[in-house]
Design a protein. Structure first.
Length: 83
């Protein structure tokens, strides 16, 4: 089992430290798929990083998706990019 798999297993069992490490690793790697998975599981840190990365990449589709889910930060960044 590689490091990420072990961290996922621990995070899925409620280990906050493992979740924090996963979010950090995914953010550093720019792994939007992993951040989406973590955000869908309830990680607000993963959601925040998704908004940040999508804004940096000017990924309007991702920002729209997050805004449609009710994320006001994504809506704000989207509005700024569309000005």
């Amino acid at each position: 089992m590689d490091e990420r798999q072990e961290l996922r297993r621990r995070a899925d069992s409620g280990d906050q430290d493992a979740l924090d490490q996963l979010v950090e690793l995914a953010g550093d790697a720019g792994d939007l798929a992993e951040l989406r998975r973590l955000a869908a599981a309830g990680s607000s840190d993963a959601t925040d990083l998704l908004v940040e990365l999508a804004g940096e990449r000017e990924d309007l589709d991702e920002l729209r998706r997050l805004a449609a889910l009710g994320n006001s930060d994504a809506a704000d960044v989207l509005a700024e990019l569309q000005e």
